[in-house]
Design a protein around this ligand. Structure first.
Ligand SMILES: [Zn+2]
Length: 168
């Protein structure tokens, strides 16, 4: 999936979001398309718009001045785009890389999205002990990332499946 650049209302670049999330922000009048992919359109039952390459938020958002984005289970799922860190399939749970029973903390760097099956299989072991290498390393989202996650919060869980990317 291509990423879309998000600009603040002041045209200052903030971060990138997935194409789907960019379209949701536009459909909800939270953002306008500044630049579209020349040959791609998003088509759905009632929607047919150019696939945005750059969007700009309609309202200026002040990026909170703090060093770290607050951790949450939901934030981990969103950060990892609901993909399991062990198998890449859809994730609905959050796994502690170093299990809590071994002193692992609720932090961005120690938690990953995981499918229920892998979470259960890994149990109270580290990835090394379980022989389940991480497909990607967890990272700490920037405050700007976290702000964008929050903007699309309500819609994210129900991201429209009907939205399909077509060549125009
Ligand atoms: Zn999995």
């Amino acid at each position: 999936m291509r990423d879309t650049l998000v600009l603040n209302a002041s045209f200052e670049p903030l971060s990138t979001v997935t194409l789907n999330r960019a379209v949701v922000l536009v459909l909800q009048d939270k953002a306008v398309v500044e630049q579209a992919h020349p040959e791609l359109r998003m088509r759905g039952a009632a929607v047919d718009i150019p696939a945005p390459r750059v969007i700009r938020l309609c309202r200026y958002v002040r990026v909170p001045f703090r060093r770290r984005a607050p951790w949450s289970r939901r934030g981990v799922l969103v950060r990892d785009r609901h993909r399991c860190a062990y198998c890449g399939r859809r994730a609905t749970t959050v796994d502690h890389v170093v299990p809590r029973s071994l002193g692992g903390q609720d932090t961005w760097l120690n938690t990953v999205a995981s499918c229920a099956e892998d979470n259960h299989r890994k149990a109270d072991r580290t990835p090394e002990q379980a022989g389940m290498p991480l497909l990607r390393e967890p990272y700490e989202p920037t405050p700007a990332d976290a702000m964008l996650l929050a903007l699309a919060r309500d819609e994210f869980e129900a991201l429209p499946e009907w939205l399909a990317l077509d060549a125009a």
